[in-house]
Ligand binder design. Structure first.
Ligand SMILES: Nc1ncnc2c1ncn2[C@@H]1O[C@H](COP(=O)(O)OP(=O)(O)OP(=O)(O)O)[C@@H](O)[C@H]1O
Length: 289
């Protein structure tokens, strides 16, 4: 199927007992950062695990870097060239940052000790944790632990990176830092980033895929997804009952999405507006601080 620096699935179906988590999904990823959006339970983690060769689909084909993970030899080759940051990395809290990354480097079969330790230092420096490498994970902040997990995914300078909600729980400053890191990683690599943060997708992805109930609902540029809401976002001074969704902004005006009334004061649409309209699952009216 796919060759070169790509990761692809074709007609992939994954079922968990009665639940169809992925329903004949086809997707080919290439260089750059692709954002994966979708509501809870859409199948994002299942797709990421399938591409990371952690899960074997019930049917369909998977190819990463031109290799089929079906055979153990090929799977091992893929894993050496693939970085995976799972949603809840199993941290061993008593490990230091260095020991944790070193342990994962051993699993990636970097057997030469000196080369491996150089690599561990390199990836910890790449995520800005050069000076924290001797600290125990339990003593690090959540954001720092998340960076350790990213460092572990970077061991061996993989061509393909699969990141499952890497910015969850980070404060705004750390999120910005993570965005920069991921944007840099997207140069010359294939990065798939699953997230609920539409701002992250708008800021750093060149492509956005929306998964919904196990199927690909949208696959285009972030600008085109924002464009779905063009002319469908407006401000009003009172809550507008005609809006599909609306919320009070900090300035006291209401921001509405849906079908604006004649003469409405239109607002610049965001990617989040486009995403909500696309899914047609606009939330209940909400109050913003
Ligand atoms: N191990 C499992 N056993 C049974 N059902 C599962 C399992 N893992 C996932 N599912 C179900 O498969 C569907 C897809 O789940 P998945 O975790 O891939 O979605 P997601 O888009 O990553 O969700 P979230 O945004 O909440 O992380 C859901 O209905 C989920 O309940």
């Amino acid at each position: 199927m796919a060759g070169g620096d790509t990761a692809a699935v074709r007609n992939v179906t994954v079922r968990y007992r009665g639940t169809v988590a992925l329903n004949s999904v086809s997707l080919t990823l290439s260089e750059g950062v692709t954002g994966l959006l979708g509501p809870n339970g859409a199948g994002k983690t299942t797709l990421l695990r399938t591409l990371a060769t952690a899960l074997v689909p019930d049917s369909g084909d998977v190819a990463v870097l031109g290799r089929n993970p079906g055979s153990p030899g090929r799977r091992q080759e893929i894993r050496r060239n693939l970085g995976y940051l799972p949603q809840s990395p199993g941290f061993h809290r008593h490990f230091t940052a260095f020991e944790f990354v070193d342990y994962l480097a051993i699993l990636k079969e970097i057997t030469d000790r000196r080369r491996r330790h150089d690599e561990v230092r390199r990836v910890l420096a790449a995520v800005g944790l050069r000076d924290e490498r001797g600290k125990r994970l339990k003593a690090l902040s959540g954001g720092m632990r998340q960076r350790v997990a990213l460092a572990a995914a970077l061991v061996g300078d993989p061509r393909v990176l699969i990141l499952d909600e890497p910015t969850v729980g980070l404060d705004p400053e750390q999120r910005l830092r993570f965005r920069e890191l991921i944007a840099d990683l997207g140069v010359g690599r294939t990065v798939l980033l699953s997230t609920h943060q539409t701002e992250d997708v708008a800021a750093l992805c060149r492509r956005v895929v929306v998964l919904d109930r196990g199927e690909v609902r949208y696959d285009a540029t972030p600008e085109r997804l924002s464009g779905v809401a063009e002319g469908r976002v407006w401000f009003s001074t009172e809550r507008d009952p005609r809006a599909a969704a609306g919320w009070r902004t900090g300035r006291g005006t209401y921001r509405n999405i849906g079908s604006p009334p004649e003469g409405a004061r239109l607002a610049e649409p965001s990617l989040e507006d486009g995403y909500l309209l696309l899914l047609g699952s606009v939330p209940e009216q909400r109050e913003a601080a």
